[in-house]
Design a protein around this ligand. Structure first.
Ligand code: NAP
Length: 322
């Protein structure tokens, strides 16, 4: 099935075009795959882009909006002859996809993924990768609370980090994948899988769990406050609801597969929460003030590092480049 759509090749004036992979296959066509396709096209990084999604509905949308050049009905069909195959499905679905594509993988090609957890993906996918195929896991630290084929945008990865977990993979293949992510606008760092999972448990996974919990508590309370929680929803709570609107399947899989690191950080979080609870009960204002002063400095550090601005919702809506 071919997709004739509005999305064209590289943006004129964006610099010289270097095709890094003649054929790229995206397995899964949601937010991340869609954004990859648009970002690759923007910079002319792929000769052609083929996609697979499990539902006919997603495949039809991908064709309708021209998200990729070709849409296939099976993952194996999409991965056949590809120079780069990227698994863009929830972490819990990676193994089945790897099993499906394994028989058709071209010798010398690269298989990567974008999963939010790395150790579990390596354990699930690694055993299916044939000899002579490079397996280089990756995780773009970029996203929104939206999902599905219509949610992607070319600027999603601009000035965001992408972590590669080569784990001894071929240097030239790793450098090529690095160049792809840089070409899509990212900064790239290489990391060990366990370290990645711990860092992400702190910066992403546990905060999501806390947001889910806070919104759940507010929802319970809502029943006794006659909908006032929604009506008078203030900025702090609204930010939590945005995070807690993230895809349930993706986040279920994140917690099931990054169990140890998340429980470790959650344990520390609970200890801190008890300390703040005691400070409130005992009226220890100095403790509260010192704590909030320290956390405020963290926010300033993130802004100084260029990973956010003081403006609300930075990076969460498509911003035209230019
Ligand atoms: P998404 O928008 O929900 O898209 C997921 C895609 O995977 C869809 O095409 C879906 O197919 C397919 N899929 C879902 N379950 C499947 C299964 N059991 N078997 C085969 N295909 C399945 O998700 P996304 O946000 O792009 O996330 C994709 C990956 O990127 C996840 O591993 C996630 O951890 C990672 N990631 C996400 C973010 C983020 O903020 N969203 C950031 C970084 C990394 P249908 O449409 O046909 O259902």
């Amino acid at each position: 099935m071919s997709a004739g759509g509005p999305c064209g090749g590289p943006v004129p004036g964006d610099g010289p075009v270097t095709v890094l992979y003649d054929k790229v296959a995206l397995i899964g066509l949601g937010l991340i795959a869609g954004s990859m396709s648009l970002a690759m096209r923007r910079a002319g990084l792929a000769g052609s882009i083929t996609g697979y999604a499990r539902s006919a509905e997603t495949r039809a949308v991908a064709v309708e909006i021209g998200l990729v050049d070709h849409v296939c009905d099976t993952a194996a069909e999409a991965a056949k002859d590809a120079d780069l195959v990227v698994l863009c499905v929830p972490v819990g679905a990676m193994e089945a996809m790897a099993r499906d594509i394994a028989p058709v993988l071209k010798p010398g090609c690269t298989v990567s993924d974008v999963g939010s957890v790395k150790r579990a993906v390596i354990a699930a996918v690694g055993p299916h990768i044939p000899e002579g195929v490079h397996f280089i896991p990756a995780h773009p630290l970029a996203g929104t609370e939206h999902s599905g084929p219509r949610s992607g945008f070319a600027e999603l990865f601009d000035n965001r980090w992408c972590i590669l977990v080569p784990d001894g993979a071929d240097r030239a293949a790793t450098d090529r994948l690095r160049a792809l992510w840089e070409g899509m606008g990212s900064f790239v760092e290489e990391m060990d899988a366990d370290h990645h999972d711990l860092v992400l448990a702190v910066t992403s996974h546990t905060p999501h769990l806390i947001a889910y919990t806070m919104v759940g508590v507010a929802d319970d309370l809502q029943r006794v406050t006659d909908s006032e929680v929604i009506k008078f929803s203030a900025a702090g709570f609204r930010d939590f609801t945005r995070i807690a609107a993230s895809d349930p399947t993706m986040w279920r899989d994140v917690f099931l597969t990054n169990k140890d690191a998340t429980l470790e950080i959650l344990g520390r979080f609970t200890e801190e929460l008890f300390a703040l609870q005691r400070a409130i009960r005992t009226g220890d204002g100095d403790h509260l003030h010192a704590y909030f002063t320290r956390t405020r400095a963290v926010r300033r550090g993130i802004i100084d590092a260029g990973q956010d601005t003081a403006a609300p919702n930075f990076g969460r809506t498509p911003v035209p480049k230019g």
